[in-house]
Design a protein around this ligand. Structure first.
Ligand code: NAD
Length: 469
């Protein structure tokens, strides 16, 4: 484990990039600091009548754009330093993918497995109330989302509590994203971070020059990958990488790890783990001695998608993957990143690679403010126009297209539009970062280039308000 705190590590990465820009030092300091942190403690009555004191935080790292945005984490590892670091990453992430939000993050220090659903609901509603009464929640102020240990259910509780507290807020549903589709969510949000991870990796693999430098052939098909963490991000990243032709050769979870160089069946592994509570004994898989051994498996792509500080100065020299794709936030320490770079590996940085979640959260927030779902107004119209065009083509050519081929010309539905917006965002951001890296010259990695991209955009925002010359 690194001696440097998580927030200090983010700041170190920031400083390295800031030195490559020409912004005023005070402006750089303002961009780097964490603007506000609300630390709270509240009591929760458990089902057996005992009282537990819960500690929780919300950090708003930067309000240069509003609302601020960032997930809520339920984990025993939550601390003030961690939420500040994750909030800072959110600021830079939003800037990198051109999502008009400041950065925030929340955390509740609990082991969610030790609480019943009823107790979790009480904790979530009380946390929401605390955020609301201190002005840390609202569609124009600060908009949470799911993160480690939380999901659509918790987001629905937050929305419902906010609605009760602010009944006259017409845009109330925009107070949180990652909600179930029936409660104001958007189709594709649940899968968005993992899908974005897969899009980002695919984009990197599509650049022949980048792959040549790593000793790999271009394209995702046939590339062998390992995933750490089969949660929301890891599962969907593995699913979409598999669908794009990559081969899953290892999986690590909290209780252990499995491998098969000829490929694992993701759905069979998930079914087995759900039924038995463990990866051990999954069909066609060899168990590894320790969970962390999976990180060191022979593969082309390693996707750490669990938690921070998983690849450190200790194990980085043994990582064999040529591409380390940071699905989680902060999985590689700053020292580990330097070791991986020195060994010629490519690190696809978290601030870029896992930005799919906040990108689709932005779409959900827009949907909530618009009070209409994407595609509702134009889908039928576009389908009709396309059908008429096809009919004209058939008449002119004398050829008939089969009905199933014609179906492809239906107008896009909400999920098509969300996924297309996500794909466009991930592809554009990757090439933007690559161009900045090329401009900055040899020795600059993608993470530093991503930071420079973010710093330049945030600096412009402050300039626009005349706060800094
Ligand atoms: P999750 O709770 O759905 O899944 C995390 C998984 O990791 C769990 O299955 C857990 O058992 C496993 N895990 C925990 N410690 C582990 C270890 N030491 N080894 C192997 N597996 C371990 O959480 P998530 O939402 O998928 O988030 C994972 C990471 O991705 C976090 O760093 C989070 O901040 C980041 N992230 C999440 C989102 C999102 O939309 N959910 C967006 C951006 C970034």
């Amino acid at each position: 484990m690194s001696e440097t705190s998580f927030f200090q590590q983010v700041c170190q990465n920031f400083d390295r990039a800031a030195a490559l820009t020409s912004h005023h030092p005070r402006l750089l300091e303002q961009i780097k600091v964490c603007n506000s942190v609300y630390r709270m403690a509240f009591p929760v009555e458990k089902d057996d009548g005992t009282i537990e004191v819960v500690h929780a935080w919300r950090a708003e790292h930067s309000q240069h754009k509003l609302p601020t945005k960032g997930g809520i984490r339920y984990s025993l590892g939550v601390s003030e330093d961690e939420v500040m670091a994750l909030a800072a990453l959110m600021t830079y992430k939003c800037a990198i993918v051109n999502v008009p939000f400041g950065g925030a993050k929340g955390g509740v220090r609990i082991d969610r497995n030790l609480f019943s659903s009823r107790e979790l609901e009480k904790i979530t509603r009380r946390y929401t109330y605390e955020l609301f009464r201190k002005g840390f929640l609202g569609p124009a102020i600060d908009v949470p989302a799911p993160d480690y240990g939380t999901g659509p259910r918790e987001m629905a509780w937050i929305a419902d509590t906010y609605l009760a507290l602010a009944p006259h807020d017409l845009n109330a549903l925009g107070c949180v994203t990652g909600k179930p589709v029936g409660q104001g969510g958007v189709r594709g949000r649940k899968e968005a971070t993992g899908r974005g991870v897969a899009f980002g990796i695919r984009e990197a693999c599509s650049v022949a020059g980048e792959m040549r430098a790593l000793g790999l052939s271009p394209g995702l098909a046939g590339k062998r990958f390992v995933v750490q963490g089969l949660g929301n991000v890891g599962y969907y990243a593995a699913k979409f990488l598999g669908e794009a032709g990559a081969l899953l050769v290892g999986v690590a979870e909290i209780e252990g790890a499995i491998a098969n160089p000829d490929g694992l069946d993701l759905e069979a592994v998930v079914r087995h783990r759900r039924a038995t509570g463990s990866l051990a004994g999954a069909p066609g898989a060899t168990p590894l001695a320790r969970s962390a051994d999976a990180l060191e498996l022979d593969c082309d792509i390693l996707v750490p998608a669990a938690l921070e500080n998983q690849i450190t100065a200790e194990n980085a020299p043994r990582i064999r993957a040529r591409i380390v794709a940071e699905g989680a936030n902060g999985p590689c320490t700053a020292e580990a990143s330097s070791i991986l770079a020195a060994r010629g590996a490519m690190v696809l940085p978290d601030m870029y690679l896992n930005a799919g979640g906040v990108t689709v959260s932005y779409f959900e927030w827009l949907k909530n403010l618009e009070h209409v779902s994407f595609g509702r107004m134009e889908r039928r119209f576009e389908s009709g126009t396309n059908r008429r065009l096809l009919a004209t083509l058939e008449r002119l050519t004398g050829q008939q297209l089969p009905e199933e081929e014609k179906a492809a010309f239906e107008g896009p539905d909400e999920e098509d539009l969300v996924n297309s917006g996500l794909e466009e965002t991930m592809a554009n951001a990757f090439h933007e970062i690559r161009e900045i890296r090329a401009r900055l010259g040899a020795g600059v990695d993608l993470r530093t280039a991503a930071f420079v991209s973010a710093i330049d955009k945030i600096a412009t925002t402050y300039g626009a308000f005349g706060i800094f010359p």
